[in-house]
Each structure stands twice: as structure tokens, then as C-alpha cells.
Design a protein around this ligand. Sequence first.
Ligand code: GLY
Length: 349
Amino acid sequence: MVKISRRDFIKNGLTLGAAGFFLNNSLLVQGQGEKRMIVIASSNGLKATEKAMELLRQGYDPLDAVIAGVNIVEEDPEDTSVGYGGLPNEEGEVELDASVMHGPTHNAGAVAALKGIKTPSKVAKLVMERCDHALLVGEGALKFARAHGFKEENLLTDKAREIWLRWKETLSDRDNWFPPKSEKLPAEVRSFVESYGTINCLALDSHGNLAGVTTTSGLAFKLPGRVGDSPIIGAGLYVDNDVGAAGSTGRGEANILNCGSFQVVSFMAQGFSPEEACLKTLEKIVQKTKFQPHLLQSDGLPRFGLNFYAINKKGEFGSASMWSGAYYAVHDGRENKLREAAYLFKRKK
Ligand code: GLY
């Protein structure tokens, strides 16, 4: 038997492992014919699903495909919930969280509270591949990114800074900040309070291999150092190559407390469809939320939003949201469009 040192295993394990799995899977699949490729994402991910499908068609690994997809959104200054242009923490600094998970090697990497790097999903992939850890945070994550040649940039766009400034100036009338006299709190700013944003993107390739990524600037105006569900494997993202993949957007704290994405994949393993698995997970979260009255409306229903997205090994997919009116992006190999998500509760008009 050939002996391999731990260091060599760490360095080469991914490549050898992936090759082995791909070989096995493609041999297996070749006998059954090619599988249907699917990419799904949160509603801000139509460009991501388009890009990821283009790369899957060219034979890219599904993880590289979804990362390239979400990079478009991370670099988009107009999306105030992800990457460059994301809304900052309460001190006006943008802090990003991201995770990636690769089904064929059952490996994952993540970064949290990372400042100054537009594409945290790429750093998360390097954490998976180029160190023996699963999650790096804050200054350590930034040092790791610098070591790999990432350039630091100011991620706070004028748009995000102005929204933050209005939020700060209108937070209280017992501090020293004044909003402009002529301006009331713009409706747009109100809509960002307690907003969580985020993009999740999941893919199934023609060999039946799964991968996923979740990336975000997190809760707008959060306490510095707050980490949401997106970089927590099992909460904001989980992939089991034998079963399926799941990810989330919405209130991260509720999701962390319930290991939501792991729960969705577990329900799929029990035979529930992706949509049923997402709904059952939301039901469980609602049950557990009854212990936190500050998160409940006067009618007892949760006063937050949470969304799950899921694909199973067969290529079935679905999404469910706490509240009606949510959409998700799907490229099913034929068309790329937004579809309505299932929901637990109907929003009052
Ligand atoms: N789901 C994103 C966050 O809570 O940060």
C-alpha cells in the first residue's frame, strides 16, 4: 500500500479525492445517461443562474460554476445585500460573510466578518482548498485573503453610505446627529432596517454532483462582528452529494439556532421533495420561535422572513419562504426565470 503523509493528503487530497469521485460518478452516470443540470438561486440571482449554467454546460465543476455566478452579484454595486455595495454595520463598515460547499469531496470553506474584499466566496473556496480549517473570521480571514493576493478595496459605495447615514441620523432624537431638514426618513431607508439580503446559489451538474455557495453583507447596520447564517455550514448552506443541497436567505439568527440547511437536506434524505423539505424546516423554526416572544407579532406569527432553496440528487428543486410573495431564480437547462416560492403564511395586503 502506498503511504501518504498527512501534509500530502491535505495538499493533494482534494484533487485526488475529486478525481476519484468524479471518475466514479461519471462512470456510474455514463451508464445511466447524462443527468439534467439545474441551477437555482435566491431572487437576486438570475444573472448568477445564467452564468453558472453556461459554465456547467462547458463542463466546469459545479462549485466553480456557482461561485462565478455569485461573483457577478458580489461585484454589483446596486445589490445592497451582497459584496461591494452591501449595507455596512452600525459603524459604517462593510463586513462580509460567505461559505462554499463541494458535494463530491464533502468539503467546505467559509469566511465571516471579512472587510475590504469584494468576493468573499472566492476566499471561502481558498479556505476550503488551501488551509486545514473550515472557517476564518475578521482580521485572520483578511490576512489569509491578502496572502493569496486579494486586493483590499473600499466596499462602501456612496449609495450604501447615504442609506447608512440616514439610518444613523434618524435613529434617535437624543443624539448629536441631524438628518437634512428638508428630508423625512425616506421609505427606502426604512425598508433596509432589519433587512438581511444575501444570495444563495446551488447547482447539480450532468454527473449528478452538487455544490453550493451563500454570500452576503449580512444584516444591515448590525453590531460590528455579528456573523449571520451564511458562513455557517449546516445553517446557511449544506450539501450532501448523496442526497441534495440547500441554502438560505433571511434572518440568520433564526436559521443558526435550527441548523436550517442541514435540516432541509435531512428531510430530503427522508424522502420529502425539496419544496416539502423547505416548508417542514420553516415549520420547525416557527415552533421553536415561540420561546422568543420579541420575534413574534401580536397574532403569534414570526415577525421575520426566512427562505430556503433546495435541489435533490434527482434534479428536483424547490424553495419556500416564511411569507407569501417570495420568488427564486431557476435555470432548468431550458429557461432561466424567477418562479414563485411556496410559503407558510400569507402576507396581509
Ligand atoms: N441570512 C443572512 C444573514 O442573516 O446575515
